[in-house]
Structures are given as structure tokens and as C-alpha cells.
Design a protein around this ligand. Structure first.
Ligand code: ADP
Length: 186
């Protein structure tokens, strides 16, 4: 299969729904037999970016590392799914320029909604001053200006958000519907 590869980059506040939607999309793309790899921001911080903190410089380094790995994989025919807050627009745009078939998904939910979800208990800690430089509280989040896809997770279900992403990829011919799949069935 001569598949060109692509990078699907989920950005948004903590708790916006990046990992949840990315896992749903991963599942769907795997089922279509594409080579797919997920790079999750939290997991990368335990390995490739272990020791990095949350200063602007360290955040930029972390995101550039993820972007570098994504570019290597996607240029070799892999569907790469990245789920990372990636708060700074300039770095995301830099990665866009260096990466094959970059598709940005803005996972959008109001701060109050993310804070109410508080999936990892981090907003409470940030409000209590126990952690610092937390995106949305005492560190900025720069929303994408022209993302290919926006998932409004305060009004869409997870299933609707996943379907929206898959449909957008099919429309751009980055993946094919199962009946036209490029998978070798011989
Ligand atoms: P992030 O990876 O952005 O930090 P998570 O995916 O870990 O966020 O958590 C998002 C939370 O929001 C989950 O508990 C998920 O069930 C919930 N949620 C509600 N609606 C949606 C939606 N439409 N898309 C994604 N997550 C949603």
C-alpha cells in the first residue's frame, strides 16, 4: 500500500477531550488496517520528554520533540495521532510546515467546562496554587486560527466528535471508507 502518511494533531485545554476523541479515532483507523501510532502528551512526558517542566521553553521543546517524531513517522506512511495541549500557536504552525499532511483538530470546550470535568484533578491543584504554569489558569492557551476541524465537546457527544474527524479525513482522502479501502484483501 503506497499510503503517504499524515499527522492528526489534537490541541486544546486539559480536559477538553483530546485523548478521548483521539482514542476513538485511533480505534476507527486501526479497524481500517492503516498503520497508526498515537503520541499522547502525558505519555511522552514520562519518556521522550522526561525531566522537562512547564516553562515556555520546556513546553516548546516537548512539542518540538513530539512534532519531530510525528514527522518521521508520517513521512513513512504512518497515520500519526497526537494528543497534546500544545498551547502555543507558533510551535504548532512550525510543526505544520515540517510535517506531511498535517491536520489540526481544535478540541474546544470552555475553561469552566474543562474545570468542572477536572479529569485529573489538576485544575483544583492549580486553583489552590499547588501547581503553577497551568494552561488556562496561569499560563496561556493560544487557540488555532484556522484549524481543519473543530470539535465542540461541550455540545457534541464523543461519538459525534469522532465521526466528525473521520468524515473530515475521508473528505480529504487521507483515509478511505471501508468499501474503498486501500487495504490489500488478497
Ligand atoms: P484531554 O485529553 O483533553 O485532557 P480527556 O479526553 O482526558 O481530555 O477528558 C475529557 C473528558 O470529557 C472525558 O471524561 C470525556 O468523557 C468527557 N467528554 C464529554 N464530552 C466529550 C466529547 N464530546 N468529546 C470528548 N470528551 C468528552
Amino acid at each position: 500500500m503506497n499510503y503517504p502518511g499524515m499527522t492528526l494533531w489534537f490541541t486544546g485545554l486539559s480536559g477538553a477531550g483530546k485523548t478521548t476523541i483521539a482514542l476513538g479515532v485511533l480505534h476507527e483507523i486501526k479497524a481500517r488496517n492503516y498503520r497508526v501510532e498515537m503520541l499522547d502528551g502525558d505519555a511522552i512526558r514520562c519518556h521522550l520528554s522526561k525531566g522537562l517542566g512547564f516553562s515556555k521553553e520546556d513546553r516548546d521543546t516537548n512539542i518540538r520533540r513530539i512534532g519531530f517524531v510525528a514527522s518521521l513517522l508520517s513521512r513513512n506512511g504512518v497515520v500519526v495521532i497526537v494528543a497534546a495541549i500544545s498551547p502555543y500557536r507558533e510551535i504548532r504552525d512550525e510543526i505544520r510546515c515540517n510535517t506531511t499532511n498535517f491536520v489540526e483538530v481544535y478540541v474546544k470546550a470552555p475553561l469552566e467546562v474543562c474545570e468542572a470535568r477536572d479529569v485529573k484533578g489538576l485544575y483544583a491543584k492549580a486553583r489552590a496554587g499547588k501547581i503553577h504554569n497551568f494552561t488556562g489558569i496561569d499560563d496561556p492557551y493560544e487557540a488555532p486560527l484556522n484549524p481543519e476541524i473543530i470539535c465542540y465537546t461541550d455540545s457534541e457527544t464523543v461519538e459525534e466528535s469522532v465521526a466528525k474527524v473521520i468524515t473530515a479525513l475521508e473528505k480529504r482522502a487521507y483515509i478511505f471508507t471501508p468499501q474503498n479501502s486501500a487495504v490489500d484483501t488478497n
